[in-house]
Design a protein around this ligand. Structure first.
Ligand code: ZN
Length: 304
């Protein structure tokens, strides 16, 4: 038994909380759900209630108060997240060539880690984000997105061709991913690589949501890790670019070649491989790799 409680309208401009219709069970008095101005009905769980909380700017924000007293912004609340998951699945499924695979691994990933329902997935390619030329995607920490939610940008506009190219250019990275999955490098095809890379980026977002939520902790940890690499301060893609003719480290490499060789790196290629190997061993890279491995096994990865 429920009915809509019409918000009070004493006249004057409509207050922000009047954009929400609260539904209450008349018998028990329990709040049952909220109808938004867009006409969307979102059910409340047992003990959950809808509240407007004063913010720093003097306005009021819609929140859901949980039974334990904690408050969740209305925009991050679970039913909204479920809607985001459905929207993301629909968008992924509609993608040419990659749609089926991406939707499949995304669905399994969200099931394995429900926190991922808070992540915004963006479909793009290198024409919009040049960094995507050499990778399958990247994750943005929630502190930098404006919504407070992590974002995962995936290269998925141009089908498998992009991943066929990465198989050729990121051989060391492919080798490390294969090893972590328990596969021979030859067993990793473009589709497997694409699935792994998408899951790896979701793994970064999961790390941000569960282990390094704080912006400063996130930045400090990442900076310290990148400084610990054989060539400090460069991720493998940046190092590859820096060592090319005209790159920032092209002259440095030429001038220091004997010392670099004495340190065990006899060529540019070897130095880049060592950088790639060390990069994948970093805690903030191994966590997403292990998440990807876990989901790949659930989806059914080919074993050799
Ligand atoms: Zn990564």
């Amino acid at each position: 038994m429920s009915e809509t409680i019409a918000p009070q309208r004493p006249g004057g401009p409509m207050a922000d909380h009047e954009l929400f219709d609260l539904r209450v069970d008349q018998a028990s008095g329990d709040e049952e759900g909220v109808m938004t101005a867009e006409g969307e009905y979102l059910p409340l769980g047992p003990g959950e209630s809808f509240v407007m909380v004063q913010n720093e700017g003097g306005g009021r924000d819609p929140m859901i108060r949980k039974p334990d007293g904690s408050e969740v912004p209305f925009s991050e609340w679970e039913p909204v997240c479920e809607k985001r998951v459905q929207e993301t699945l629909t968008r992924l499924e509609s993608l040419p060539e990659l749609g089926h695979d991406l939707a499949l691994v995304y669905a399994v990933a969200v099931k394995a880690a429900p926190e991922l329902s808070k992540v915004d997935v963006v479909i793009s390619d290198e024409s919009e984000h040049p960094v995507l030329e050499n990778t399958g995607g990247y994750a943005v920490h929630g502190s930098k997105t404006g919504t407070g939610r992590p974002e995962v940008v995936m290269h998925a506009n141009k089908g498998l061709e992009h991943y066929e190219k990465l198989l050729e250019t990121r051989t060391k990275s492919v080798e490390v991913c294969a090893r972590k999955m328990g596969l021979q490098p030859e067993a990793v095809d473009a589709k497997t690589l694409m699935r792994f890379m998408a899951l790896h980026e979701l793994g970064h977002a999961l790390d941000d949501l569960t282990r390094v939520r704080d912006e400063n902790d996130h930045r400090e940890k990442r900076e310290a890790e990148i400084k610990s690499l054989p060539v400090p301060g460069y991720n493998p893609v940046a190092l590859t670019r820096a060592l090319e003719p005209g790159g920032k480290l092209f002259d440095w490499y030429k001038q220091n070649q004997p010392a670099i060789a004495a340190a065990g790196y006899s060529s540019r290629g070897q130095l880049i491989e060592a950088q790639e190997e060390a990069y994948h061993a970093l805690d903030s890279e191994d966590f997403p790799d292990q998440f990807a491995v876990q989901v790949m096994h659930e989806v059914g990865v080919k074993q050799t």
